[in-house]
Ligand binder design. Structure first.
Ligand SMILES: NC(=O)c1ccc[n+]([C@@H]2O[C@H](COP(=O)([O-])OP(=O)(O)OC[C@H]3O[C@@H](n4cnc5c(N)ncnc54)[C@H](O)[C@@H]3O)[C@@H](O)[C@H]2O)c1
Ligand SMILES: [Fe+2]
Length: 366
């Protein structure tokens, strides 16, 4: 089978890049979807000034981990007044961008329940109508600005849905590291580790290809060097820019492979134990790395490029890296017993993301 790499997102990036927004809108009317702190930070005011009467409305109460219960009213109001905006500008972290991805695909009825029912049944959802998306990340982590993936949570039923359609690719990723200067240390850390997880998960992945590998290796190199420096100097725009680019590269990598076992484990850790996504998908990385090594010679070679040094020592070095940043790497540290952890990992291996892991299936073993 030939290899294939595909990513249709136009990326525009650099400090100050937000001022290109009017040009990128090219006269179209946009709805702004953003996070609650954006108004006090002056970001909503700045966008109102930049867009003037091209701004059709503002949704600024997107909370972390968009949930079906919160999305319903937003979605139905958006599609009731469908002509108000031609596109959505999402300014925020993964939560704001994923909210916009849920909004941008319209059901024929305008009811959100029809979309959720299709996701829950694992049925192909064909939007009756859709809007375009300009994604402006304010965290350096999820890579959602260059992927079609959106995570939609259902806390009440203790599950998460994955929305991904050809319509949910953003048209443009507008990446301005100046917008990341206001991130609190906890979110800088969580989102940075999320990006590391995306890069590594795209390597120990049955869908890896030579182009996704190039993005992943570059992202791992950059994050291992930059994240500790950034935690020490969070106001350094140069470091913010490097992390933003690293998260973008990790996004480019897993836009083609999806994630794997660490993310599969993370969903339960977030739903049942309340861990933020970036911690939930990064604390198991050394354990997953240990399981990945020796499975496939080609994956070992790419992991060696990414992590350097002798590979048998790589899990220890990755543990030390994560723990030096103040994140514990054992299940027991999060109140999960060995028995519960074994069950969780076994279950995660059978999930959609878990099955992407090269160690999930004996046939994948080299
Ligand atoms: N679509 C994908 O491929 C993908 C990948 C990974 C994670 N996710 C999802 O993304 C979400 C996590 O996204 P995230 O890590 O970017 O965090 P987030 O969007 O949840 O934001 C975290 C917190 O930081 C605040 N915040 C964001 N930007 C800020 C800024 N510039 N200044 C000050 N505060 C700011 C938010 O209001 C929020 O309180 C999770 O729901 C996760 O499931 C999606
Ligand atoms: Fe993630």
């Amino acid at each position: 089978m030939p290899n294939e790499y595909f990513n249709p997102v136009r990326s525009v990036y650099g400090a100050g890049a937000l001022s290109s927004l009017p040009e990128l809108l090219a006269g179209r009317r946009a709805l702004l979807v953003t996070f609650p702190e954006a108004r006090a930070l002056g970001l909503v005011g700045r966008i109102e000034q930049l867009l003037g009467d091209r701004l059709a409305g503002v949704i600024d109460d997107v909370r972390p981990n968009p949930d079906v219960a919160e999305l319903r009213a937003l979605y139905e109001a958006f599609w009731r007044d469908a002509d108000a905006a031609e596109l959505i500008v999402a300014v925020g972290g993964g939560s704001a961008i994923d909210t916009a991805k849920a909004l941008m695909v319209g059901t024929a009825s305008g009811r959100f329940g029809d979309l959720v029912a299709a996701l829950a049944a694992g049925k192909a959802f064909v939007p009756a109508r859709s809007k375009m998306l300009i994604a402006v990340p304010t965290t350096a982590g999820t890579g959602s600005e260059v992927t079609p993936w959106a995570t939609i949570w259902d806390r009440e039923r203790q599950l998460k849905h994955s929305l991904h359609l050809k319509e949910t690719w953003p048209s443009i990723a507008l990446i301005d590291p100046e917008l990341m200067l206001s991130l609190p240390p906890s979110v800088t850390l969580q989102s940075g580790l999320d990006a590391l997880s995306h890069a590594l998960e795209s390597i120990w992945n049955v869908n890896a290809n030579p182009v996704s590998d190039v993005f992943a290796v570059a992202a791992v190199h950059e994050i291992l060097v930059t994240l500790p420096l950034l935690m020490a100097q969070p106001g350094e725009i140069d470091l913010r820019g490097r992390m933003a680019l690293a998260a973008l590269k990790a996004g480019m990598a897993f836009s083609n492979t999806r994630t794997a076992l660490a993310h599969s484990i993370s969903y339960e850790m977030t739903l049942r134990y309340g861990l933020p996504h970036g911690i939930a998908c990064s604390f198991p990385l050394p354990m997953v790395l240990e399981r990945a090594l020796g499975r496939r010679a080609d994956r070992d070679a790419v992991l060696r490029q990414a992590l350097g040094g002798p590979l048998d020592d790589a899990p220890r070095r990755l543990t030390a890296f994560i723990e030096r940043l103040g994140v514990k790497t054992r299940f027991a540290d999060y109140g999960v017993s060995d028995e519960q952890a074994d069950r969780m990992v076994a279950h995660a291996l059978t999930g959609a993301r878990g099955r992407n892991f090269i160690g999930a299936n004996a046939r994948e073993t080299a």
